[in-house]
Design a protein around this ligand. Sequence first.
Ligand code: ATP
Ligand code: MG
Length: 341
Amino acid sequence: MAVLNEVSQLEDRRQPTTTLEGWQRFIAADPPRFELLPQQQWRQLGDPERRDYDEARIAHHAELVVVTTSAISEITTEGRLLTLLNQREIGARRGLIVSGAAATGKTTAIKQLGRFHELRTRNRYPASTDRIPIVYVTAPPKGSPRKLAMEFARFLQLPPARPRQNVTDIADAVCQVLIDARTDIVVVDEIHNLNLATSAGEDLSDHMKYFTEHLPATFIYAGIDVERSGVFTGTRGKQIAGRCSVITTGAFPYNTEWKQLVAGMESALRLHQHEPDTLVGLSKYLHQRTGGLIGTLSHLVRAAAIRAILTESEAITKSSLERVRVDYAAESATRRSGAST
Ligand SMILES: Nc1ncnc2c1ncn2[C@@H]1O[C@H](COP(=O)(O)OP(=O)(O)OP(=O)(O)O)[C@@H](O)[C@H]1O
Ligand SMILES: [Mg+2]
């Protein structure tokens, strides 16, 4: 039964979190957990049971865990602090920018922040089911003000905009819903897609400013090297940035925190023949292989785990890790450092 539960949980998680429905499922879903059957019982599983059991384990490893890194602690603490400060602020509210290279855990960290806030709010006001404490949108590529406003409308599942409806009308409708729903945090992810340096961008930052001034909410932006991308460099962009704290994410140096991260992922593995602490022992190798990127590490470990189930080896070893391809950026970094042995 627990097995089937796990599979259906994974199905649920397939909804994108950029709609209210998908976001709420993300909040409601418990962190993935899976208990291995005792060795004897596992060996005696019949074919259909084994298929379900392995499917559930693959689902578990596809997601694995979110390890609380120092970046996650910093981002969730700062986000909470700003949200509390901003509740009393009239006018100039402060926001947060999370900036860093690709696959350094920005989205994961902000979603954790959003999740904590939403769970706290629901706990505090169990009766007000119409609250929407968090709105999470990703900025559309070549984003225009209209496209961005429509992303908000899409999250809120407002009726589709009519072709003639102008951006101010959409933005007004969005603002009204967010005020009524007592939204505290608005997250705009992939903010580098909005280039505010162009003239269309000036227009866009006007709209961003409009949103931030008309909503009693804390704005959190995340994107790739945001400070340098032009988003916060134009006149309006600078005004927005002037009110934001910046937290940067990056590759991990090879240190204790890296080892803890590896240990956190290893402890979530559910493989029948895995030798405990193998990955911790390989943490230097894993650092060289991934260039210290959390996204690459997570892919490497998850892929090796799923392969271990499919090949029935039921363990991750250095040679099984060697067989997993990682991304181009990490492979070329490894080649440059001459560390691939
Ligand atoms: N704290 C964490 N614990 C475990 N896995 C993590 C953690 N943070 C990130 N990951 C994994 O790393 C991968 C990349 O993370 P994420 O999508 O958050 O990065 P990002 O910086 O938003 O990347 P992008 O710039 O491409 O949007 C994800 O698959 C995620 O599961
Ligand atoms: Mg991201």
